[in-house]
Design a protein around this ligand. Structure first.
Ligand code: ANZ
Ligand code: ZN
Length: 895
């Protein structure tokens, strides 16, 4: 309570202000976007996995998109800024086990609490568009899309390796295999590897387009594009057939056909059909194949392999070379077979040394190469570079590239392009995911569930050792849709990356029940204009989403949308105060909830956005938080005081030179902040706002401010801050006498900086620094008058000519009639200018310099407690004026 006459305490209480405006936004549907909006600005954050609580990484991610969405909305754009839940996945099953509940209830609770935390942060989403992937209304479309992909020939069953627990008799996800010893998470039994059939999306069909289109994605960070390029891993090479007597012709894949004369052995992958065939009659090979197939990726080194006793005929030389089965050859890369050239390939070299196979040189450095052929000793180490051929019979002297081309013809080969990209295995032997809509019938094989029977809903969760879907007998047993006989459902569920491959399309029409999304609207609204999320999704999620989008375009579900995300930002990490990654075990985590309780969401948001550019990491800092909080409190107090008439005393002062300076600074700040917001350089925008607010404070201390000017400054600051600190700025907006909501009804301020204002600012800053220098070096205690003299017209003219001169500065300057009339002075100045030619900045005219210094004079008066006089060269004492230069007024300080 405030007693009458007592000074009420200034400042705001975030606990009161924040919920109040959250409710007001809600009531006004401030963030709703209508279905008939035309191509709104689509601003999207990667939706969160439903863990139950937001961490600082989330808060940063969502503050970035929210600030940008609010900025665009204030600028009059229609903005789509939706949110949803990536809510399938293994942790829900684990949590259900631990808590004796079921994944659905646990997930729904998590969603409730995360949504509450998001609202408390003031994130403005169109909640009418909320998308929840574990909802049958959503995942039914995963199933429907799976079927459309299948119709397109993009779904295959292939065999692949899985973790198998022999005791639980179940497949385990990688996350369910624990520790070095690779034990089952439930029963600690060592796991085994099993080959099993899985469902795959044949993303490799799109490898080339996924690669090529990266070049056009200018809005993406280069490192992400590069990671995708590497992941796709295109290799141009050739395949050639080698005869293995008794087993027929075996195709190899090579990128170095030029080295074919140097092949000293031949290697087959353990999974190659010929390796398997040889194994049938050769125990040693059989043993090796069996061992290699059950070994883990890193268990065997590159020299692991076994000689088969067979030989392959090199089509280039007719030579017979020994055939090995070796684990370093991958079954599903190229043809699963290669000829090995230890002279020119490091892996082959290591293998040859270990197995005592000869090493031969067939390429040497070209004459114009840096390396000296004499220095190359392939017995010591492989020489992997291109060069010219040696020991290659009639082809000696050919360049590698030329040889590769010619040999394709000569040895009956084929040009062949290979990709590292593998097909996308989507089968997961888990409960909490989208059931794959297939039915297995003894008679008919795999039959898709008819569209009218979708969704295939998950049965009740039961606590069991294996996959609950396997145990759900009633759910599992169905009639075959084709023959009506007894059949069983597929019990695998889909990889959750399927869910996130198209959720951005569902936001367009989240309730549609005739299709996954409204095609026309999606074609209009896509692509996402700004996508923000973590770098950990640089490859999988972003590649899968790109793949989906291309397929959807090809099946005409969208029109002319080949890429989902036009612009991508990967936000950097929030580190703990100690500079380490925030983590529970280190105890350096900061809970968003605690910060919101203590300081409010606006403070947290402001601190995060001021700390660094979105892409950069930064360390949490209690001082930074405090500083953000103080800034908001102080600005709020200033607004309160202004509103109470305490700042201007109700006076409508004429703006005068000081006011003019302030107005120009405000305009420049608006222009800067706008440009920086556009560029996602929020920290720069906020820095400009802070400087402007501090200017207003000095303005007030210096004089009784002009009310219009002061209010203009406050309004600009409030609006420029609104995207980042939305609650307290609403409150200030209100205090400044505005009706309606800043978030929904206000406009972004106009943003024209005065022409060449940066030059003007530089002039003022340099002059202040020079005065400071003189005061300090000369040791002036109490300066009385500071006189500034602007350089004469002719110097400005000389400066301009010099800046534009190419080469001969003195000649150019002295070639000017007017300047020649200045005689010696001009010649000396021309020499000075020539010496700094590279560094000649743009300068203002003498009149503009003088006006700018007059407007800024009050800053000097305040800083040095002196009167300030600004003179043109004509008016000034000639001695003083003689020392001035363009951009550098002469300074005289009288005590
Ligand atoms: C002969 C040769 C000679 C090769 C030479 C390289 C250097 P990179 O090198 O990454 O572009 N390769 C072919 N199929 C393979 C498989 N299934 N598993 C493992 N490696 C395989 O990859 C292309 C090279 O990888 C190919 O070119 C082949 O070895 C090997 F001086 O053939 B090369
Ligand atoms: Zn059947």
């Amino acid at each position: 309570m405030t007693a009458p006459g007592e000074q009420r305490e200034r400042g705001f209480d975030h606990g009161e202000v924040e919920p109040k405006w959250q409710r007001a936004w809600d009531d006004a549907d401030a963030f709703r976007i209508e279905d008939d909006a035309e191509d709104p600005e689509y601003v999207l954050a990667m939706f969160p996995y439903t863990s139950g609580s937001l961490h600082m990484g989330h808060v940063r991610n969502y503050t970035i998109t929210d600030a940008y969405a609010r900025f665009e909305r204030l600028r009059g754009e229609e903005v789509l800024h939706p949110m949803g839940w990536d809510s399938f996945g293994l942790p829900a099953e684990n949590a259900a086990e631990e808590r004796d509940t079921n994944p659905r209830d646990w997930t729904m609770d998590c969603i409730d609490s995360m949504k509450e935390q998001m609202s408390a942060m003031g994130f403005g989403y169109d909640w009418d568009r909320e998308v929840t992937t574990c909802d049958p209304d959503y995942y039914r479309w995963n199933q429907w899309l799976f079927k459309r992909f299948r119709d397109e020939g993009l779904v295959e069953r292939q065999s692949s390796e899985l973790n198998w627990c022999p005791s639980c008799e179940t497949v385990l996800a990688d996350e369910q295999v624990e520790g070095e010893d690779e034990l089952c998470w439930r029963c600690d039994t060592p796991i085994e590897t099993r080959e099993m059939d899985q469902w795959f999306f044949t993303i490799t069909d799109y490898a080339e387009e996924l690669l090529e289109a990266l070049d056009e994605l200018d809005g993406w960070p280069n490192n992400v594009r590069e990671m995708q390029r590497n992941w796709i891993g295109k290799q141009e090479g050739a395949s050639v057939a080698f005869e293995i007597p008794g087993y027929g012709e075996v195709d190899i894949f090579t990128t170095r056909l030029d080295t074919i004369h140097g092949a000293t052995f031949f290697s087959l992958a353990p999974g190659h059909p010929v390796a398997q065939e040889i194994a049938e009659g050769n125990d040693e090979v059989a043993e090796y194949v069996e061992m290699a197939e059950n070994a883990d990726e890193d268990e065997l080194d590159v020299t692991s392999g076994v000689f088969t006793g067979e030989y392959a005929v090199n089509p280039a030389t007719g030579e017979e070379i020994p055939v090995y089965v070796a684990d370093y050859v991958l079954t599903d890369v190229g043809t699963g077979a290669l000829y090995a050239v230890p002279g020119h390939d490091e892996r082959d070299h290591e293998f040859a040394e270990a197995h005592d196979v000869p090493i031969e040189q067939v390429v040497e450095p070209a004459p114009d190469a840096e390396a000296d052929p004499e220095d190359v000793d392939v017995q010591e180490a492989a020489y992997p570079e291109d060069g010219v051929l040696v020991n290659s019979g009639e082809y000696d002297g050919l360049e590698s590239a030329e040889a590769r081309d010619r040999f394709v013809e000569e040895f009956d080969g084929e040009h062949r392009t290979e990709y590292n990209l593998r097909d996308w295995g989507i089968s997961r032997q888990r409960y909490w995911g989208t059931p794959i809509p297939m039915i297995r019938c003894e008679e008919c094989g795999y039959v898709p569930v008819p569209d009218e029977d979708l969704p295939v809903e998950l049965p009740e969760f039961v606590h069991t050792t294996g996959n609950p879907l396997d145990a759900a007998e009633e759910w599992k047993c169905v009639d075959c849709p084709e023959c009506g006989g007894e059949a069983v459902r597929e019990t695998d569920t889909m990889d959750t990356f399927v869910d996130s491959s198209w959720y951005f399309l569902r936001y367009v029409s989240p309730d549609l029940d005739a299709a996954p999304f409204d095609s026309e609207r999606a074609s209009d609204w896509m692509p996402v204009d700004r996508y923000v999320g973590g770098i950990e999704h640089a490859v999988m999620h972003l590649l899968y989403a790109r793949f989906f989008t291309k397929v959807l375009d090809d099946v005409d579900l969208v029109e002319d949308v080949r890429e989902p995300f036009a612009d991508l930002t990967n936000q950097g990490m929030v580190l703990g105060e100690d500079g380490d990654k925030m983590s529970k075990s280190k105890g350096n985590g900061v809970s968003p909830q605690r910060i919101v309780d203590e300081y409010g969401a606006d403070t947290a948001r402001l601190f995060i956005m001021e700390a660094a550019q979105p892409e950069k990491e930064f360390a949490w800092s209690a001082e930074g938080v405090q500083s953000a909080h103080d800034f908001l409190q102080n600005l709020y107090t200033l607004v309160e005081e202004y509103a109470a008439g305490e700042v201007t005393g109700g006076a409508d002062g004429s703006a005068g030179a000081v006011g003019e300076y302030v107005v120009r600074e405000i305009d420049a700040t608006v222009a800067t902040a706008t440009a920086e917001y556009e560029k996602f350089r929020f920290n720069h925008a906020l820095q400009a706002v802070r400087e402007q607010v501090s200017l207003l404070r000095r303005y007030r201390e210096h004089t009784t401010p002009d009310a219009d000017t002061f209010e203009r400054g406050l309004v600009a600051a409030v609006k420029l801050l609104a995207p980042v600190a939305p609650h307290v700025t609403e409150e200030m907006w209100n205090l400044l006498g505005n009706d309606g909501l800043l978030a929904a009804d206000a406009d972004w301020p106009d943003a024209d900086a005065p022409a060449d204002y940066d030059v003007e600012r530089r002039l003022v800053e340099n002059t202040r620094a020079d005065v400071r220098d003189i005061v300090e070096t000369v040791g002036i205690e109490d300066p009385e008058t500071v006189t500034l003299a602007v350089a004469p017209e002719w110097m400005h003219r000389a400066h301009e000519l010099a800046a534009g001169a190419d080469g001969d500065v003195v000649g150019t300057v002295m070639g000017d009639e007017q300047l020649r009339q200045q005689g010696e002075d001009a010649a000396d100045f021309a020499k000075d200018l020539a010496a700094q030619q590279e560094a000649l900045d743009e300068q203002l005219s003498p009149e503009r310099e003088r006006a700018a210094l007059e407007r800024a004079a009050w800053l000097l008066e305040r800083e040095f407690g002196a009167d300030v006089v600004v003179r043109s060269a004509d008016e000034a004492d000639p001695d003083l004026a003689g020392k001035a230069e363009p951009g550098r007024p002469a300074i005289d300080i009288a005590e």
